[in-house]
Design a protein around this ligand. Structure first.
Ligand code: HSE
Length: 295
């Protein structure tokens, strides 16, 4: 039996739509064992598919297929701490767990690059899957076949404070609301900010982050699908966040905060409740530089 730990991820980081993502100290665990039949169970109260539609199983089966093997069955036990459909990479965590688990069971025939490519092919974009696998902040370009990526470890005095609402937003719906085309000016607006984000995060020029997280590709459209999103941004900035953005496809809002701002999370939760937004819960996280690991 093997046990895998997979981090949550925050994708886009504002302007880096489908290109930037980072891993966070919030984990799912998956235990895997070869078996003649498929047996899937949840180790906690989270409901998961227990049939062939289970994403851990599908991904493991895909990897076996790529390696020319047939997966006869699998015993899967999932502990899902990362909330689903909240923009924190829960589906990528399942994909990565299935791939890393299956690769381990087969004696690691596939390389890290293979796993990055395969996970992006299954998910459709690399900005959650790549950091979930690799950890740190990952810059990735998926050309449809292959992912060209750089992982950078991040050692900062920053906390990533996830403000997670009590409602879901499916990525499919959050992608369907996006415009098919944007202007040249808006493209420049985004690419300059995406580049500014990583450069500022990695060099400690945190005062740039408030400008860097703005974008014209997805957040203005997704905000309409996330009730009270603007208020949550305002509260985060009032309490001194360097930047706040919609994490992945949303609905979680991520605030980037200096470690010295020790009472940020308490103030944030108190203000949310005072504003009648007690359904939003604050969770303080840090960057995970390790990525997926066998434990
Ligand atoms: N880049 C993706 C999106 C992340 O924003 O739709 C969510 O899976």
């Amino acid at each position: 039996m093997i046990k895998i730990r997979i981090p949550a991820t925050s994708a886009n980081l504002g302007a880096g739509f489908d290109a930037l993502g980072l891993a966070l100290s919030y984990y799912n665990y998956v235990e895997l064992e070869e078996s003649d039949t498929l047996k899937i169970k949840s180790a906690d109260s989270v409901e998961i598919p227990t049939d062939e539609s289970n994403l851990v199983y599908i991904s493991a089966r895909d990897l076996f297929e790529v390696c020319g093997k047939k997966l006869s069955g699998l015993k899967i036990t999932q502990t899902n701490s990362i909330p689903m459909a909240r923009g924190l990479g829960s589906s990528s965590a399942c994909i990565v767990a299935g791939l890393v688990g299956a690769n381990t069971l087969l004696g690691n025939p596939l390389t890290t690059d293979d796993l990055v490519n395969l996970s992006a092919q299954i998910e459709g974009h690399p900005d959650n899957t790549a950091p979930a696998l690799l950890g740190g902040i990952v810059t990735a370009v998926f050309d449809g076949r292959q992912v060209h990526w750089v992982k950078q470890e991040v050692f900062t005095k920053l906390k990533f404070v996830a403000v997670i609402p009590d409602f879901e937003l499916k990525t499919e719906k959050a992608r369907a609301c996006l415009p098919k085309e944007i202007s040249h000016k808006d493209a420049v607006y985004n690419l300059s900010r995406a580049a500014l984000f990583s450069a500022s995060l990695l060099t400690g020029k945190f005062e740039n982050l408030r400008t860097a997280v703005h974008d014209k590709l997805h957040q203005p459209y997704r905000m309409e699908l996330i009730p009270n999103c603007r208020e949550v941004f305002d509260i985060a900035y009032n309490h001194g966040a360097y930047g706040a953005y919609i994490s992945g496809a949303g609905p979680t809002v991520m605030a980037i905060v200096d470690e010295s701002n020790v009472y940020f999370s308490g103030k944030m939760q108190f203000s949310l409740e005072n504003a009648g937004l007690g359904g939003w819960k604050v969770k303080e996280l840090s960057i995970d530089n390790s990525g997926t690991a066998l434990v």
